[in-house]
Design a binder for this molecule. Structure first.
Ligand code: PLP
Length: 414
């Protein structure tokens, strides 16, 4: 007799989450050797130099001052109107595309990705993303009966590999009526890469060219989870205006998250923002997103939505929040610069880093290397094609020291 009760589509291999498993080992090492002797670069969250999670006072002060019923009540399925307005204004920050824009609240960027994949791909479709990618894309797609296919993110000289992107896109589009591509930028997880404005020009010219075939539907999902920690001021948002004047068979969405930008990771709040040159297509998106919301989680976190809209509408709060966020953006940049500089000094190969929480190192034996590094009390996440160092979670001093040790260990596997 079978020992399985789950339905066929729900049968998955039991495997521990690699990130949480290695993070658990780092905690054990901290207990044993003391936190000053352990470099825990596993979790993708901002930590202070002592390894304590950063939760912005300017955000949680607003939440704690809120009447209980404003936290406790349901929000509308679409999200609180003032939240949706705050999201659109702060997200585009002066770089709004010329299009019909609709926004629906979701539980985190994850919820937004789920809505996009479910509603804009057909069962069995391939979804195109880069070969370095956030692994939940695969989890979300396979649960829905879709599949992730990849293109090479980098050229030999460390730029966006437009040629391979085009090649893979064309190959898949020849087999399907529609194709969704996910670009996680700026500050990609796990590489820290940000697509430049010039690279965007090339990508968009290509997508618009493909859209000239009226029988094909082109869907672009930009995953912007780390946008608040990228570039100077709002420069990394400038590409949004390029996503204007879209042909009707090209639809663009952005997965917005409050996890990093507001340090509201556990409150689970984000939004899916969709836009089209055609009003009916934008309205259709909203209806589909609302249906998915109702079917999956009903509605998002009302307290979190109130925090975002209060900060947006109160100049003092907004200034306080901006100062706090920028302070951490600066700390993050200094940590990353320390790591990149120290890697350069010892000839440690890293992928091109531009912004954000992570630096990645390509290698052939990621699991073995991650394991060997634990012997040196450095904890890094193994990925399919390398290992990831979370500069967001490690002090500048440790970021400066780690590359020499990593290099020594990696060389043993050559
Ligand atoms: N996209 C990427 C690349 C991420 O790394 C994350 C979180 O780690 C998310 C999206 C979604 O985060 P959340 O669901 O917490 O908003």
């Amino acid at each position: 007799m079978s020992n399985s009760m789950v339905a066929k589509h729900a049968k998955w291999p039991a495997k521990a989450d690699a990130i949480f498993a290695i993070a658990g080992k780092a905690q054990e090492a901290i207990k044993q050797h003391g936190k000053e002797n352990v470099t825990n670069s596993t979790l993708g969250a901002l930590m202070d130099d002592e390894g304590k999670l950063i939760a912005f006072d300017s955000v949680f002060g607003v939440l704690k001052d809120m009447p209980n019923e404003e936290i406790s009540a349901y929000a509308p399925i679409a999200g609180m109107p003032q939240y949706l307005e705050a999201v659109e204004e702060t997200f585009f920050a002066g770089y709004k595309p010329d299009a019909h824009i609709r926004t629906v609240a979701t539980p985190g960027g994850t919820g937004a990705i789920k809505i996009a994949m479910w509603n804009y791909t057909e069962e069995g479709d391939e979804i195109l993303t880069s070969d370095w990618y956030w692994s939940p894309y695969k989890t979300i797609s396979e649960e829905a009966g879709r599949e992730i296919s990849t293109f090479k993110l980098f050229t030999e000289d460390g730029n966006f590999n437009t040629e391979d992107f085009k090649k893979r896109f064309k190959e898949i589009l020849a087999k399907q009526d529609r194709l969704m591509t996910i670009l996680n930028t700026p500050a990609q997880n796990p590489t820290g890469y940000s697509i430049s404005d010039e690279e965007w020009d090339e990508i968009l010219a290509f997508l618009k060219e493909e859209a000239k075939n009226p029988d094909k539907k082109i869907v672009l999902l930009v995953d912007t989870a780390y946008i608040d920690f990228a570039g100077q001021d709002n420069e990394r948002r400038a590409f949004f205006t390029k996503l204007s004047d879209l042909p009707d068979n090209m639809f663009v969405m952005a997965a917005f998250s409050t996890s990093k930008g507001y340090t509201m990771y556990g409150l689970r709040l984000g939004a899916i923002i969709g836009w089209s040159g055609n009003q009916e297509i934008a309205d259709e998106f909203r209806v589909a997103a609302l249906h998915s919301g109702r079917a999956n989680w009903s509605n998002g976190n009302r307290g979190g939505m109130n925090v975002v809209s209060e900060i947006y509408n109160n100049k003092d709060l907004f200034d306080k929040y901006t100062v706090e966020k920028n302070e951490w953006k600066g700390i993050l940049r200094r940590r990353a610069e320390a790591f990149v500089e120290a890697a350069g000094k010892v000839d440690l190969e890293i992928l091109p880093y531009r912004d954000g929480f992570f630096v990645s190192l390509p290698c052939n034996k990621p699991y073995e290397i991650s394991d060997a590094l634990t012997q040196k009390n450095i904890f890094m996440v193994p990925l399919a094609k390398g290992v990831r160092f979370a500069v967001c979670a490690v002090s500048e001093e440790k970021c400066r020291k780690a590359p020499a040790i990593i290099k020594e260990v990696m060389d043993q596997f050559k």
